[in-house]
Design a binder for this molecule. Sequence first.
Ligand SMILES: Cc1ncc(COP(=O)(O)O)c(C=O)c1O
Length: 395
Amino acid sequence: MPFVSALPADRADGPIVPTALAPRLSRRSALLGAAALLAPLSAGIGRAATSAAPAAARPDGLIRLSSNENPYGPSPEARREILASADEAPRYAFDSIRRLVDALAEREHFDRSQLVIGSGSGEILNMAGLLAAEGGAGGELIAAEPTFEDLPEFAAKFGVVTRSVPLDAGHRHDLGAMHAAITPNTRLVYVCNPHNPTGTALRREVIAGFVRSVPQATLVLVDEAYIDLADADGVGTVVELVNEQPNLLVTRTFSKIHGLAGLRVGYAIATPALAARLRAKQLAWPNITGLRAARASLGAHGFLAETRKALIADRNRIEAAVDRSGMARAQSQGNFVFFDTGRPVREFAKAMLDRGIQVGRPFARYDTWARVTVGTRPEVDRLLAVLPSELRRRA
Ligand SMILES: Cc1ncc(COP(=O)(O)O)c(C=O)c1O
């Protein structure tokens, strides 16, 4: 069935300039951070937006808005597990993996055999790259350009050639063009929703229609790393499709809304058969600290809601500031904003760095566009204090 686009008029991720080492998180500072997170709400702004999360504080004062991290995490619940996990350090992670799989199976309403845990969803993407490499030379992968590069870059090491499809005028996946690019050699199609680096998202029915249209011999990976931050009508997970579509993999991460990027936990959901194929490609052992923190974070409902509220409110503030400057931008559904700076992005990034703010790396086809991660409320205040003048300085 051909896919007809019905679109309405809709790494881990490094910086441009390498940073100094992040500050060490001692037991004491972890506890202090947890205490700050438990502090009472201040008027009008949620707990997450007012807390002094350790990740936000750098000794050099540099504000890191380059890697789509969530500086409000981890939740108090996860922090307790992080500290408690020290006693389990001599053990391998069998039990912690089983417990996280149980918790996810219950939460997502799937059988445990349908879940695959990875060391970050980045590992899962790499494992999917290995699946695409099965069958020998000549295999192809279809991805948007630009996109989050982990999967195409890893698959390339095993001979998989990426056919890149430009985004549409709205900076969204052009699913019609991606479908047209499918050939008998296409092993996998990568769709990132919401997308990195643009932040745009396609509606659930649009993604579902696309997934149904892809020949079943071709895998489709829908990367939902940022799905918890989406708030537009009709945007949501397609995970329920995995029982219907044997070629569909949906990936998620604890690095974004859960604020656990440094602890490396992600997962995939697929049919039991596809999950088993994926699991066979596992590259690394997940770690007990991350697994315990992830499981605890699933129950941190208040913290997750406050974090989401704060990040979306500040995403809106950044978008409004870009709009006031008259520069073009994409419509973000993630914890970052992608906009035109009017000059080579390396120049813009250098100017921002001189003012103490590190922004994201350059992306293909968007030479003058910058991706800026939503930080804490004070960080965004500082960003907004310098952004308008930097955008006025455009070439
Ligand atoms: C779209 C997307 N997918 C996956 C990842 C990988 O995240 P992690 O390996 O931390 O789970 C990222 C990281 O920034 C991302 O932007």
